[in-house]
Design a binder for this molecule. Sequence first.
Ligand code: C2O
Ligand code: CU
Ligand code: CU
Length: 476
Amino acid sequence: MVIRVALALALFALVPVPEAPSAWPASAPPASAADSLVAPPILPNRSREPRTVEVTLTATASTVELVPGVRSDAFVYNGRVPGPTLEVREGDRLIIHVRNELPEETTVHWHGLHLPWQADGSPFYPIAPGEQADFDFVLPEGSAGTYWYHPHPHHRTAFQVAKGLYGALIVRAAHDPLPAMTEKLLILSDNRFLPDGSIQIPDAGSLEARIDFENGREGDVLFVNGQVMPTVHIRSGEVQRWRIVNASAARVYRLAIPGHELLHVGSDGGLFGQALPVDEIVVSASERVEVLVRGTGDPGTRVALQTLPYDRYIPQTRPPDWDEPRDLVTLEYTGDPAVRPVEIPKVIRPIEPLDSDEVTVTRVMSLTQGFINGRTMDMGRVDEVATLGTTEIWQIENLVGMDHPFHLHGFSFQVIDRNGVPEPFPKWEDTVNVPKHETVRFIVKFEDYPGKWMYHCHILDHENFGMMGVLEVRKP
Ligand code: C2O
Ligand code: CU
Ligand code: CU
């Protein structure tokens, strides 16, 4: 993987981008045909204050159409799956009222945001049925990126997400370093259903429940923004910016568009320093990517965004069809003549590497099947204590034959190496997939916000079981 990346970088430097004939229009007008892919609506801001966004998110049980033509009992945010998109700007003050109209306790976690721990929506602050919680925090400068929100009640996250609770959260930059272009949001999720439309969740103790626990629950129906195989239009030569969220409980997507080289430009915590040309991008559960899709195909043609086989499983519980590619989205070229592609800056957003000379502590997290350092989650226990203001290295060792995506709340980190192979450049992440029997090291600085933060495997069934721990960041 790393070798491929290095090669791709080298090629990018050597091969000049072909010059378009000068008769082509200089910029890409929006694709003329309407997409069937629909982005969730933006949560309306009811604040009149400058730089303030005030919204209400209500979780309810409702019967909605998840698969076309069938009604399913689901949990919804503001009446829909996925929930509306929370769109804000870095530096904004966010006031979010969360109303719990579900028949059970919930929380809403703002996955990836850097905020005071009381506002994190972690299992420490459950919202009882019928109650409302009010969140109020300020988004730091430099935090522009693609995030998401989902419930996080102890032992119930997997169930509530499977029932339909998840949504995107976009933090926009004051000055976006990428040129203006058509932007798409793609929230990836999967689910499975009984013939009557109900969301299929196996009985506790059944063989299927045990397989779900092992693999993480996957579904055979793949959704993008809650739609099955929607269409996106592109004009030949046009460049589009796609923000992709993996909101699946466990599924890893290995994204590719046949015949198209993708420009990987961002991860969990926003844009990279430079664009990385790749043939495919692996996105594990809860990760996000930003990618530039370049319309290098001919007018009138079509191609699919696919997820290629990815073997994250132990052989005994590997799904029979794991090795088949699946189509996610149809990318349809309009009949319009080609336009000249927009220029992508060589340097997008310079990212300073965190200083390894400042590291005072190295922590080892050993992952086994359902356990971190041999333990499961205890809400009354603090597993790790860190000092505010310090920089640490976390060494995540996967001791078993299955991938585990490791997530840390509240603080973005920079992966430094994977199995001893250094990362090519620094980027901001809050989740890193740790493949079977591999070790990943990241560097993290606990700059502010003392409190209790969770870290866990983001395969929701593993998290539910307790593959999670508590990091307390204390003032010195
Ligand atoms: Cu998506 Cu504990 O988080
Ligand atoms: Cu999180
Ligand atoms: Cu796991």
